[in-house]
Design a protein around this ligand. Structure first.
Ligand code: URA
Length: 430
């Protein structure tokens, strides 16, 4: 079998066989296929798509590219959540400790930033000392000890996705339904969780721009999860505008802490409570509404925040957390050019601007400026006056501001009428 022929077949719209997909994923994992051929096939898949059968085969090949984790040594129900990626999406940092504080085990594998979106692992690494790599024994012992562990992809675990993820990030091949489904579900199936809640983002800042496509992606992933014997639910949530006020790693960690103190933005808090309610319900703790009530109580009584601190300490994070989170040395204020209602804060462009400030990667080997990002002062629907600050931009690079400011200028609209209300959650796919 030759990778050249596989690329050509997909380029011409053909359907790849199980053997061809296995051959490709094996070559990605053992390094025998060079990056230029991997990315050529990724682009062909991005442009030509995949059938459900191909997507399932791709998912299983990613799952089997490394060790399957065995969580049988973890006592109790194990639940996980995964987002398809958004801007200002720090929900895992909030939902995971809430659920763990209520006794459901959270044994979680997360990803890094992808394209214009942020990733939980980059956010956690903005906490001084936080280790996102644990051995399987450490991981299981930690989940048994404190009920929660969050790690990134490792050489042993779904290694094909680690490689594909990094290449997709820098080759405009992220926004592909089969590649997203295989990436997320390959990891989820390699882990040994009982329940999975998927947060499928929809709108400008997500990889699926329409509710219709997001529903298709949700259906595909739920079917793969259920087919593999996992309780799986997907929520379709709004990503036309950034979630909360903070975009960028350390800024988002701070906002997650505020939310766990009960002082977070209303949109972020509501989405987190709904996600936590679904996870608790799948784990057998009543209806989603009852789960949501439990989640709210875990915020109010401080137990969820205490669980986040426990997680940080257990994984080597600074005892001074969150007071010593990194901050950028430089900042600029972005002001309204006219008075009126803030109508549009385009999530994708705000994500790109944050990346330009240093919060994300342009090339796979780029390092992250953990203090970089954007803090919004206004959200769509707010009334603003000319000259009033709409956002503060943070970076450690003086030369990063002008491109970021121009991006925000084109992505922000103020008008005489307030924008139409948009739902936070569009649908639930069971
Ligand atoms: N999250 C993932 O893990 N993979 C994707 O492809 C997109 C979001």
């Amino acid at each position: 079998m030759r990778i050249y022929d596989i690329i050509k077949k997909k380029r011409d719209g053909g359907e790849l066989s199980t053997e061809e997909i296995d051959f490709f994923i094996r070559g990605v994992t053992d390094g025998s296929i060079p990056d230029y051929q991997i990315t050529a096939l990724l682009m062909a898949i991005r442009l030509r798509g995949m059938t459900t059968r191909e997507t399932c085969d791709f998912t299983f090949a990613v799952r089997d590219s490394g060790d399957r984790l065995d969580f049988s040594a973890i006592d109790g129900i194990r639940a996980d959540k995964h987002s398809t990626g958004g801007v200002g999406d720090k929900t895992s940092l909030i939902v995971a400790p809430i659920v763990a504080s209520l006794g459901v085990k959270v044994a979680k594998m997360s990803g890094r930033g992808l394209g214009h979106t942020g990733g939980t692992i980059d956010k956690l690494e903005s906490i001084r000392g936080f280790r996102t790599t644990l051995s399987e024994e450490e991981f299981i012992a930690q989940v048994n000890g404190i009920g929660i562990a969050i790690v990134g992809q490792s050489k042993q675990f779904a290694p094909a996705d680690k490689k594909l993820y990094a290449l997709r990030d820098v080759t405009a091949t992220v926004d592909s339904m089969p590649l997203i489904a295989a990436s997320i579900m390959g990891k989820k199936l390699a882990a040994d969780d009982d329940c999975i809640v998927l947060d499928v983002k929809t709108g400008s800042g997500s990889f699926m721009k329409t509710v219709e496509d997001s529903k298709k992606l949700a259906r595909l992933m739920v079917d793969i999860g259920k087919g593999a014997g996992k309780k799986t639910v997907a929520l379709i949530t709004n990503m036309d505008r950034p979630l909360g006020y903070a975009i960028g790693n350390a800024l988002e960690v701070k906002e997650a802490v505020e939310t766990l103190k009960g002082q977070g933005p209303s949109d972020l808090t509501e989405v987190c409570l709904i996600l936590a309610g679904e996870m608790l319900s799948l784990a057998g703790m009543g209806t989603p509404d009852e789960g949501k009530r439990l989640a709210r109580r875990a915020i109010e009584d401080g137990s969820a925040l205490a669980k986040l601190r426990e997680l940080v300490l257990a994984q080597g994070g600074s005892p001074a957390f969150p007071e010593d989170l990194p901050e950028a040395q430089l900042s600029r204020t972005f002001c309204a050019k006219q008075s009126g209602y803030l109508r549009r804060v385009d999530a994708e462009s705000y994500g790109v601007a944050s990346l330009l400030l240093g919060a994300g990667r342009n090339r796979a080997e780029d390092t992250i400026d953990y203090g970089a990002g954007i803090l919004l002062h206004k959200k769509p629907g707010d009334h603003v006056r000319e000259g009033e600050p709409l956002a503060t931009l943070f970076s450690n690079r003086e030369d990063a501001f002008s491109a970021a400011e121009s991006t925000l200028l084109a992505a922000t609209e103020v008008g005489t009428e307030p924008p139409a209300d948009e739902p936070l959650v569009y649908d639930i796919v069971e």
